[in-house]
Structure formats: C-alpha cells, structure tokens
Design a binder for this molecule. Structure first.
Ligand code: HSE
Length: 404
C-alpha cells in the first residue's frame, strides 16, 4: 500500500477519501500496490466518519512518518498550507493540491523545493475542477506553442449567469443556490469579483509561458456590476455574457497578455454553449489549432477526482520530480492598454449622436423596457483609445468586451 495523508477534511478533502475508497479497483490498474489514507489533518474531529480514527491535529505526525509518501493539501488559503506543504516536500513526500491561491502565489517556490528533494508538486485540481487541463498542457502539448487560452474558469459565476438568464433568477438567489451546491468559495467574493478565475488564468499563463504570472498582475473584473439588462442586450446582439480568463502568448515577442473580465461571447464561439456550473477551456496551439476542454469545473467529487489523478501520477513516479514547467523567472507581460478589441457600450439615450461622432457609424441597440438608454458596439480599438473616448460619452454607463 502507498500511504497518503489528507490535509483539510472539508468538501474537497473528504471527496478525495471518497474517490479513493469508491474507485479502489480503478486505481489498482495503475497503482497495483493500492493507495491508503493513513492520516487526515484537521482542526476538527469527525467521530461519526469512517475516517474518524485517522484524524490528527499535528502536522509533524505526518511529516515525521516515513511511510507517508504523498500528501493531498486540500486546506485552501496560503497559511498554513504553504508551511505544511513545504515541510512535507522537504521530508521527501510529494504534495498534490487543489489550492489555486497557494499555487498562484508560491507554486514556483514549492515546485523548486520539490525538485531539490526529488519529489513532485502537482496541482491539476487547481484549474478547471475535474477537467484534465494542466496534465495535457505539460504532456500532449510538449511540441506546441500555445498562443491562446480562453476559459470559463469559474463554475459559480457561470452558474449564476446561466440561472439569471434562463430562469430569470435574481443574482442573490442564484448565488445562494451555487453555495448550497458546494460550488462557491467559502468567501463568494473570490468567485463574484473574479479573483478565483483570475488565479486560474494566471496559473495557466505561467504554465504556457514557463514564467511566473501572478494574479495581482492580471487586470481582473468580476460579474458583480452586471445586471439583467446586460444579459438582454447580449441576447439582442446574438451573444451571451460569460466571465472569461484570457491569455495570449506572442510567438514574436514572447510577451503574454492576460485578463479576467466579463465578455460578450459570439454564438459561434465554442464557449458560448458552456452553461451552468460547467467550465470550458479553449486552447489554441500553433500546430494543433483549437481544442476545447469541457466539464465539471467545481464541486466535491470532480475536484477530488483531479486531486486523486495527481496522487496516482506521483505514486507511479516515486523518487523523482514530475516536470511541470514552472520556473522562478517572471513572465514578460504585455501592456494591457495596447490590446485591441471591440467593446459593447451602454449609455444614456441622449449620447447617441456623440457616440456616432466618437466611434463613426454605430448601430444602436434598444431594449423595450429601457427607454432611457441605448447600446452600441464600437469598432476595434485599443484599450487605451477606448478609455480616452469613453470619458467623452455623456451618460456612459458601462462597457463589456467582445470575443469571437
Ligand atoms: N468556486 C470555484 C468555482 C470552485 O466556482 O469554480 C472551483 O475552483
């Protein structure tokens, strides 16, 4: 048996135990020795759980037990997850995690520690929940230059937008349902304000460029400023509003453009049809072209399944470091103000003439229940050019980027 420990017995941690228990047979095909949960670290006790007798409250029990070869860090947050992960790696144990906050902030350092100790640090579950995306990026795409990644990377906000659109739910009710279903972060601000997908696109951008992209460097906007009219306008122009993480890597300059924001997605774009809690990730390689990864981006068992996939890979590679392509170098970020795109604009109705003067002939869009305002789509402009013009629109309300 390969002995493992789980740090944090919350939604994902308990899911890891469940996947290992229920899918023993499947795991045995690739790990004939079998995988056994020896310890669960948590502040709480779980007297009614079948794992109750394995609960410990002191990380040193795990760190100092040479039988434990792999540690699943499913605690979330930076502290004490960082210190615990580091100690386990230094003790020669591989660490696998779903903790995107820690991976984004200190993943490079933890990977270097893993290298120094011939162990592995893997984090498939940190992006896209159950969708295999990091492993394909580092295996199937070794021969590719990845030019673009566009992803719906947050299940909660995709669920909220879908519910608002299809069932006419208000924002708070849709959020409550997402929380009841276990999709939302403990603090839903991370979902709603886009911090969670921002961390995920930063991780993806780091992996495709081989340089660190930190979440704090990425322009980030969530869905809290959207309202039902935005969704109605999107429908009126044949689009849907989705919260996307976007990464463009230039083959010429090696610079990378990264952003998280709501976008109006065209009907023929593959992400248009990604609804509910599902995530979708479009990857564009210079040789392979466009590939779509689609599946459950959040939730206990999908996320736990991805954690266990890393456990299995570590179990198959004892005593060595699985290369994930992270370095301690910073990525070359491009100036987001130079990025050219089209914008959907909402403004007070009296701004119609001025919009024409600023942007040329634009087609106005009206909603029957919004007589005081109108909307239009700009020509392709750089962010900086748009910012300058937008300041001159009387009664400017908001803008949403277009994609596809
Ligand atoms: N809160 C996240 C989401 C969980 O809704 O996608 C998975 O990271």
């Amino acid at each position: 048996m390969i002995e493992i420990a789980i740090l944090g017995f919350g939604t994902v941690g308990s899911g890891v135990a469940e996947v290992i228990d229920k899918n023993q047979k499947q795991i045995l095909r690739d790990v004939p020795e079998g995988i056994h949960v020896k310890y669960i670290l948590d502040l709480r006790d779980f007297p009614d759980s079948p794992y109750g007798d394995r609960v410990v409250h002191d990380i040193s029990v795990i760190v100092n037990d040479p039988e434990v070869k792999i540690v699943c860090e499913t605690m979330g947050g930076k502290n004490p997850a960082f210190a615990f992960s580091k100690s386990c790696l230094e003790a020669g144990k591989s660490v696998v995690t779903s903790n995107k906050e820690l991976v984004d902030a200190l993943g490079g350092e933890l990977f270097m520690t893993a290298k120094e100790h011939s162990t592995s640090y893997l984090f498939e579950a940190s992006v896209g929940g159950g969708i295999p995306i990091l492993r394909p990026l580092r295996t199937s795409f070794s021969q590719e230059f990845i030019t673009d990644i566009q992803g719906i990377l947050n299940g909660t906000t995709n669920y909220i937008l879908t519910k608002m659109e299809r069932e006419n739910l208000d924002f708070d009710t849709a959020l409550k349902q997402a929380q009841d279903n276990g999709f939302a972060e403990r603090n839903p601000e991370a979902d709603i304000e886009g911090f969670d997908p921002c961390r995920k696109i930063a991780i993806l951008a780091s992996l495709v460029t081989g340089g660190n992209v930190k979440y704090g460097q990425v322009p980030c906007e969530g869905i809290s400023k959207l309202d039902r009219r935005d969704l109605s306008y999107a429908r009126a122009i044949g689009r849907a509003v989705k919260l996307l993480g976007v990464c463009e890597h230039s083959m010429e300059t090696d610079e990378v453009y990264v952003r998280t924001a709501p976008y109006m997605v065209a009907k023929d774009h593959p992400l248009y049809a990604v609804n509910d809690v599902f995530n979708g990730i479009l990857v564009r390689g210079n040789m392979v072209g466009d590939l779509m990864f689609y599946g459950s981006g959040a939730g206990k068992l999908p996320t736990a399944s991805a954690v266990v996939s890393d456990v299995v890979e570590c179990a198959q590679n004892p005593g060595k470091t699985i290369n994930i392509g992270l370095t301690n170098q910073d990525a070359k970020l491009s100036d987001p103000g130079l990025k050219k795109e089209q914008f959907f604009v909402r403004a007070d109705r009296e701004a119609k003439e001025k919009a024409g003067m600023l942007f040329g002939a634009v087609t106005p869009v009206f909603l029957a229940d919004a007589p005081e305002e109108f909307a239009f789509v700009t020509p392709v402009l750089s962010d900086a050019e748009f910012d300058e013009k937008k300041a001159q629109i009387p009664g400017f309300q908001k803008a949403i980027r277009l994609i596809g």
